[in-house]
Design a protein around this ligand. Structure first.
Ligand code: CTP
Length: 405
């Protein structure tokens, strides 16, 4: 359909980038990227109309996003010659605007395109050796200034390397080393680094990516205090096991992976140093507050568990009192850190079974018992919950009896 629309408008349209790479690799893929030689926004409007999708367009960049009712996104970009002002650009006369558009991209494996116009439908376009690099499993930049133009590509290189089990090409690796020597990541805003780290955290092989960031000296280039010591690496491996276990429980409480990973990544640092790294990454005020609150809470719990392991092993209600208001990320972190194996098991049971249990009674039932509403309600319900948890009393009638007492 896209090809026909373009043809009618007198444009050429191509499917480009990640989707072509993923199709050739037989990898699942989500978003569709199109490049139009012509008026990309006008084209996107037509396409959105036909598919009854919503459209958001960026006049300045001549790009648009179409969001279909299924939630699928289609990115549409305009390939225009006057768009490019790169020092490394080749003589423009020789280049189609598609080629120019692709030349601006990060790695050769992301420069493949498929023509969608009916007369040439399905033709694979490979200006920069992308197919060869896919075969050789190689991450390769298109020119020597690539990492200088966009230093976040250093992180992207590691992400793709791990995701596809590729390797970074020799020359490309040298360019990364050189860029790091120039302290190039220092010039990138905290926001952009943060976003790239989040993308890494969301990868299946996120931990392997992090280890590589350490190995390639990228972490310390983001901030000199970032150091994934062997200790921390082991902690990450442990966290990974725990996350796999937790995900298999299919509970409602979803883990915010970035919160958990930053908790681990910064767990060796003192408060002041942690603040420095977090400022570098431009955490918002709210993110900072959430992070430090969780950090304090988990620290407190770990000290408690260290001091009084018996107390928490014997009574679920004690675990409930301590852990109920701690977000799941904090609890998973605690499980990873705790040394007492018996207690660890108990906390795991608390998470898997007891944490979700709700009281069968509520304030309404207390009113029905003739009690006057007030802060005391909270106390009563909390106490009933403790007794219920320790004695496995889950039916409403018995809990009402407890409340009466
Ligand atoms: N791109 C780039 N430099 C960046 C970010 C993106 O050159 N710093 C290019 C890439 O070539 C990519 C395209 O823009 O193909 C779209 O970016 P993105 O959606 O991030 O890339 P995907 O390859 O689709 O990655 P993912 O599979 O992670 O979505």
């Amino acid at each position: 359909t896209a090809g026909k629309i373009a043809e009618e408008m007198g444009y050429q349209v191509y499917m480009v980038g990640g989707i072509v790479r993923d199709i050739l690799l037989n990898f699942p893929t989500l978003d569709l990227d199109l490049v139009v030689e012509g008026d990309g926004i006008a084209f996107a409007q037509k396409l959105a109309q036909i598919f009854k999708g919503r459209i958001k367009s960026h006049k300045k960049f001549k790009t648009a996003v179409i969001i279909l009712s299924s939630g699928q996104k289609i990115d549409v970009a305009t390939a225009r010659l006057e768009y490019y002002e790169y020092p490394a650009a080749l003589p423009t006369v020789e280049l189609s605007s598609l080629k120019m558009d692709l030349y601006r991209r990060d790695f050769s494996i992301n420069t493949l395109a498929v023509h969608l116009n009916p007369s040439r439908f399905g033709k694979l376009i490979d200006f920069f050796g992308g197919q060869r690099d896919l075969k050789q499993k190689k991450i390769r930049v298109l020119h020597a200034l690539s990492f200088i133009e966009d230093p976040t590509r250093i992180l992207r290189a590691v992400r793709f390397e791990q995701r596809f089990n590729f390797h970074i090409g020799k020359q490309t690796f040298r360019l990364i080393k050189n860029a790091l020597k120039l302290d190039i990541l220092n010039k990138v805003s905290g926001n952009r680094i943060y976003q790239e780290l989040i993308l890494i955290f969301k990868e299946k092989k996120s931990i392997q990516c992090l280890f590589k960031l350490q190995e390639y000296n990228i972490l310390k280039s983001i901030h000199p205090l970032l150091n994934l010591t062997e200790n921390l690496q082991n902690l990450f491996l442990e966290i990974n096991n725990i996350l796999n276990w937790y995900n298999l429980l299919y509970l409602n409480e979803k883990v915010k992976i970035e919160l958990l990973y930053f908790l681990v990544l910064l767990s060796n640092l003192k408060y002041e140093d942690t603040k420095k790294v977090i400022s570098r990454l431009n955490f918002s005020k709210k993110q900072k507050d959430i992070f430090f609150e969780l950090r304090e809470k988990t620290k407190f719990c770990l000290i408690e568990f260290d001091r009084y392991p018996k107390k928490y092993i014997t009574k679920i209600s004690k675990l409930y009192l301590l852990l109920d208001d701690i977000p799941i990320e904090g609890i998973l972190f605690i499980i990873a850190k705790i040394k007492n194996e018996e207690l660890r098991q108990k906390i795991a049971i608390y998470v898997a079974k007891f944490r979700r249990i709700k009281l069968a009674i509520s304030g309404k039932d207390l009113i029905a018992l003739g009690l006057k509403p007030g802060p005391i309600f909270g106390e009563i319900l909390k106490e009933v919950k403790q007794i219920s948890l320790d004695n496995q009393i889950y039916d409403k009638q018995s809990q009402l009896e407890l409340a009466k007492k």
